[in-house]
Design a protein around this ligand. Structure first.
Ligand code: NAD
Length: 481
């Protein structure tokens, strides 16, 4: 059985402790590879390699760093088929999604920051007749990047690309649940000629490897994407060490549908925003708020479409709904369906595990699920489920919709459907979320600030925001008279 290896100091190597953990294929429920069960000793080796590489990498002309990273982006593109198949197998997502979204985006993340850094500039402040201030932006040094399982290579590259482009060296940890494409990336880094130690990938468990990265005194900043509870644990460790922190956390996003919307466009996009990646995207709209005059029309059309969605083998190019990422996650999502019933909800579609045949009999499949009749403030409507489960809530007034949309502790994204331009702007202004999509969903311009308010995060990724995060500003004041 294949054994994945860490990528440290430019080489693939086994963990110091010599132990490995199982890597399970969600489509079958079977172990198909082993990944390093690394610990603080591997993080130490990775940090030392990154420290050694930093003076050279940070001093390289920006055009040269850009050239190496663009070569890496090109290699991802060239290996699209292999990477997409690997992502689908490791995560359970449909291969069509990995092929059209995850892997192309991983390549464009690297390309975007490799080219963006060439245009990155800093400020100057002129004091009339007295002095000129200019701001230098230095790379921080060695930084840590920790990513989750839902969009494995997509989010891993979203973090490491701005860090590397701005001249930092990185100790990175992909999720232990979906390590495979990060492992394939380490081979592409070698092929691209990335100097040894510039990027180090340490595989293993969060409480061991993730915690060792967070606590390492020589790792000066942490960029983390994952659950809110993990983000809080990381912040508690990192804050007293005065580390820079970027936290992209959970969500419970509202999808607000006004009666005057373009119904067909809204319906097809709402199917995607509810169930894409089996609902395991932090930006999925899991609470659907519908203006009462079209509540029944929407409910009936949406439920009918949901019932027609076929759950299938992720490796089949026609599958649009694959497996959930793990057995424990499937159980967690199913437990929320039971909770919803206890809280008075009615399951209109799905709500149960799906058993496929043959090789796929042990896979973690679930029918897309629609629930109505729940009170707005119940736990099902407040807590992140992160699966193919949405709730429907009718509303009567704009004020009510805004109040309900803002009622959770989260504030990552919101979607809004209306043809009334004035209302669209007015509501967008009042929503407590880092991202608002009007008459669309997941339409991304990589230059825009990305991140959440409240318990959905601290800081923003994307564009110059990310490059500012990974650099330390220094003001230089020159007296001129
Ligand atoms: P998670 O918090 O369990 O794990 C994320 C990463 O942190 C993994 O690599 C894990 O090994 C590591 N980790 C776990 N414990 C750690 C610790 N004590 N110290 C350091 N690292 C540790 O999250 P997950 O289950 O992998 O991902 C799902 C969550 O991620 C959901 O809540 C989802 O909303 C969130 N998410 C947010 C965004 C966003 O942009 N805001 C994007 C994707 C996913």
């Amino acid at each position: 059985m294949e054994q994945l290896l860490n990528y440290i100091n430019g080489k693939l190597q086994a963990p110091v402790g010599g132990t490995f953990i199982d890597n399970i294929e969600p489509a079958t429920g079977k172990v198909y590879a082993h990944i390093p069960d690394s610990d603080e000793r591997d993080v130490q080796l990775a940090t030392e390699a990154a420290q050694k590489a930093f003076p050279h990498w940070s001093a390289l002309p920006v055009g040269e760093r850009s050239r190496i990273l663009r070569r890496l982006a090109g290699l991802i593109e060239q290996n699209l088929d292999e990477l997409a198949a690997a992502e689908s197998r490791d995560n359970g997502k449909p291969v069509s999604l990995a092929r059209t979204v995850d892997i192309p985006r991983a390549s464009s993340n690297i390309d975007f920051f490799a080219t963006g850094v060439v245009h990155f500039s800093s400020d100057a402040h002129y004091m009339e007749g007295t002095a000129v201030n200019y701001t230098l932006r230095h790379p921080i040094g060695v930084v840590g990047c920790i990513s989750p399982w839902n969009l494995p290579l997509y989010l891993f590259t979203w973090k490491i690309a701005p860090a590397l482009a701005t001249g930092n060296c990185v100790v990175a940890k992909p999720s232990e649940v979906t390590p495979y494409t990060a492992y394939l990336l380490s081979k592409l880094c070698m092929e691209a000629g990335l100097p040894a130690g510039v990027l180090n990938i340490v595989h293993g468990l969060g409480p061991k490897v993730g915690a060792a990265i967070t606590e390492h005194p020589e790792i000066k900043a942490i960029s983390f994407t994952g659950g809110t509870a993990t983000g809080a644990a990381i912040a508690a460790k990192a804050a007293p060490m005065f580390k820079k922190l970027s936290l992209e956390l959970g969500g419970k996003n509202p999808n607000i549908i006004f009666a005057d919307c373009d119904f067909e466009a809204m319906l097809s996009t709402t199917m995607r925003s509810s169930f894409a990646n089996q609902g395991q995207i932090c930006l999925c709209g899991s609470r659907i708020l519908i203006e009462r005059p079209i509540y029944e029309k929407f409910r009936d059309a949406f439920v009918e479409k949901t019932k027609r969605m076929k759950v299938g083998n992720p490796a089949d190019p026609d599958t649009r709904m694959g497996a959930l990422v793990s057995e424990s996650h499937l159980e967690k999502v199913l437990s929320y369906v039971e909770l919803a019933k206890e809280e008075g909800g009615t399951v209109l579609a799905g709500g149960h595990r799906v058993h496929l045949e043959g090789e796929l009999a042990g896979g973690y499949y679930m029918a897309p699920t629609v629930i109505e009749g729940l009170p707005q403030h119940c736990r099902t409507n407040m807590e992140e489920i992160f699966g193919p489960v949405v709730t429907l809530l009718p509303f009567d007034t704009e004020e009510e919709a805004v109040a309900w949309a803002n009622a959770t502790p989260y504030g990552l994204s919101a979607t809004l459907w209306t043809q009334d331009l004035t209302r669209a702007h007015r509501v967008a202004h009042q929503l407590e979320s880092g991202i608002v999509w009007i008459n669309c969903w997941l339409l991304r311009d990589l230059r825009t600030p990305f991140g959440g308010m409240k318990q959905s995060g601290v800081g923003r990724e994307g564009g110059f925001e990310a490059m500012r995060f990974f650099t330390e500003p220094k003001n230089v004041c020159v007296k001129i008279s």
